[in-house]
Design a protein around this ligand. Sequence first.
Ligand code: 57M
Length: 360
Amino acid sequence: MLWKLIYLLKVYFSPLNVFKYITFRATYALVTSLLVSLLLGPFIISRLKRLRLEQVIREYGPQTHFVKAGTPTMGGILIILSVLISSIIWFNLSNPLVLISLFTLISFGILGFLDDYIKVSKRNPNGIGAKKKFMCQVVLAFIISLLMVKYLGNKATVLQVPFFKRIHPDLGVFYIFFATLVIVATSNAVNITDGLDGLAIVPFTMCMGAYGLIAYLAGHIKFAQYLNILYVPYSGELAVVAAAFVGAGIGFLWFNAHPADVFMGDTGSLSIGATLGAIALMTKHELLLPILGGVFVIETVSVIMQVLYFKATGGKRIFRMAPIHHHYEQEGLPESKIIVRFWIVSLIFVLIGLSTLKIR
Ligand code: 57M
């Protein structure tokens, strides 16, 4: 928001006119959140250590994880703070879609923080409890979905289908439930994926970068017409929001890269996942999320397959351990190799997803 004050000074210094451009503010929102996360990181990590907010490792997990015991968790605080500081300077806080994004980040961040805090401070691996956490996610996502329908206007309940420019199903009142499902599913998919150093933050950052580009195009009537995508008024400002997340994601990776100095915790995974789902919905490209976020889909499906097969066969497993990143660990692959290969797969999914903007 501070950018508006600087912009007003353009009467005295005309180059300040550049502050009104989304591309300019997105660039500096990314730079700001990146620098803030790099500067705040060591301080936050030292505070998490001093407060003994450290990860407890499950005994039945991969042996290679035992050395991780004591790694500070709840590092998602760093991601959230970096985005919020960048938002004060560069976001258009009078834009309802921007405010919905921030409400999603903060509300799911508080939920994740409470879960982490109980797990770590009370040494209770159940946290606030899976059922209670899920219900809170559903209630928050439902509220966020109601806000979206209110501010996205008459196109709110319309879906765009990748590859098919003329198919625009309108879900009507059912859109609220669909949107709630997208937000909860994305939040939990990122949460499940966050099981190796950097494994969740890089695909998330790639997806956010893609949605930043999509938001810019969908919010620009000429680009929207050229690409035959729905023009979503005011969604262009979500490009600045997405850019801030990209910067915060890269900054967090500086500390979460293998061997990680900090884990994001549910504080991070639930909040960034929910916000990714919300931005996918607000740019009206929610059906692109399973393609762009292909790694999150693979991770989640591997768990569903494992649990269903385990129950159906009375104890047999498809994978040596789910989610699938643990399967490769049990196969003997080094963690760093698994992580980088998942990043490469994520990049392929993002490029395929973005190509659908043209192939339609
Ligand atoms: C989220 N949490 C990590 C860290 C991170 C149903 C089942 C799939 C649930 C799943 C589960 O518990 N998921 C919870 C994954 C945990 O990471 C913490 O959690 C936060 C994210 N929410 O920020 O604070 C562990 O992951 C490792 N880690 C890193 N680097 C990172 O940057 O190494 C995390 C971030 C950390 C650390 O070791 O402790 C997690 O894995 O729990 N359960 C599982 O994923 C378990 N799978 C399992 O039980 N499979 C079963 C059935 C149920 C499918 C099977 O295959 O038969 C595995 N995870 C672990 N141990 N840790 C296996 C057992």
